[in-house]
Design a protein around this ligand. Structure first.
Ligand code: DLZ
Length: 289
């Protein structure tokens, strides 16, 4: 019956709204659908788990919105980077040093906007903190990427490209470490991805294209080959490939998946690629132990 918990915060003006949105995006939150109508707009950010807690007894000294993360150090660096970009060295004063809590965790509090404080925390207790699953992080710092993007349906694929670049840059990648390769259509995406993957010069590749059923002859055949080729390139080269080739019934549906109403598939494919690079590294590390 219960689906999730939503916490609403009033952002007094558009500038505050934009700054908070920018901060949360840079911390690695997945963007939700959000909304905009004649009376208000909402920027929404999703977390994999929601948790409402009532506390009886000593109340911890934390902000009233707490975000549990898998790596406190990475979250701290992301917050520091955002503050520094926003207001220089002085702005980092809005960030407290990570400290031990009395519940076997470490936490820091950050106030990206006056009146909006958030506590980020992670378990230190080896039992609690023990990963129930090995998961990749969403930090792209130091990673190298290629984005292969089809020119066909450019009105859509340009938006997917914007989304993919946005995800990479916000996650800490440098623009000079992202190579963008344009190909004629979705059909050419796997071959280009494969060529790049075989050079082994990038950590991950993001593949972007758009096939629209009503406008594409042999739609099924093309789609099957494109997805098979991308999957095969990923499996045979070992380089993660984010899959951002839209298959839609109509142009409207494609637009919605390219940033209008239903997220941006380019952003999602890039985020998945970043996560897979991180996961691959963690698996390699855990194999050494
Ligand atoms: C030919 C074609 C058609 C009909 N439709 C699409 C499409 O919807 N999306 C896309 O990315 N590409 C399309 N193409 C072009 C092929 O992918 C390919 O570029 C050409 O057939 C040249 O090999």
């Amino acid at each position: 019956m219960i689906k999730g918990i939503s916490i609403l915060r009033r952002a007094e003006d558009k500038a505050v709204y934009d700054r908070l949105s920018s901060f949360f995006a840079s911390m690695g939150f997945a963007p939700g659908a959000g909304w905009k109508d004649s009376v208000s707009s909402g920027a929404s950010f999703l977390a994999p788990l929601g948790n409402l807690e009532f506390v009886n007894g000593t109340f911890p000294s934390v902000a009233d919105l707490m975000v549990e993360v898998t790596s406190l150090d990475q979250a701290y660096q992301a917050a520091e980077r955002w503050l520094r970009a926003d207001g220089g060295e002085a702005a980092t004063k809005k960030l407290s040093e990570p400290t031990d809590t009395d519940w076997k965790a470490r936490a820091f509090t950050v106030e990206p906007e006056p009146g909006f404080a958030f506590t980020f925390w992670a378990w230190t207790d080896p039992l609690k903190g023990k990963l129930v699953a090995l998961e990749g992080d969403l930090s792209a710092e130091g990673m190298k990427f290629a984005i292969v993007v089809a020119r066909w349906n450019a009105v859509i694929t340009d938006r997917l490209l914007e989304g993919a670049l946005d995800a990479m840059l916000r996650s800490g990648a440098k623009r000079q470490d992202i190579q963008v390769v344009r190909v004629p259509g979705a059909w050419e995406v796997p071959a280009a991805a494969r060529t790049i993957a075989e050079q082994k010069k990038v950590d991950a590749i993001v593949t972007l294209g758009c096939l629209i059923r009503g406008e594409t002859a042999h739609y099924e055949a093309i789609y099957n080959e494109v997805s098979r080729g991308i999957g095969q390139s990923q499996q045979e080269t070992g380089i993660p490939h984010g899959f951002g080739v839209l298959t839609c019934e109509t142009l409207e549906q494609a637009l919605n998946r390219a940033g209008i109403k239903a997220g941006n598939k380019g952003f999602e494919a890039a985020a998945a690629a970043i996560e897979m690079v991180s996961m691959k590294r963690k698996i390699a590390e855990s194999g050494k132990a």
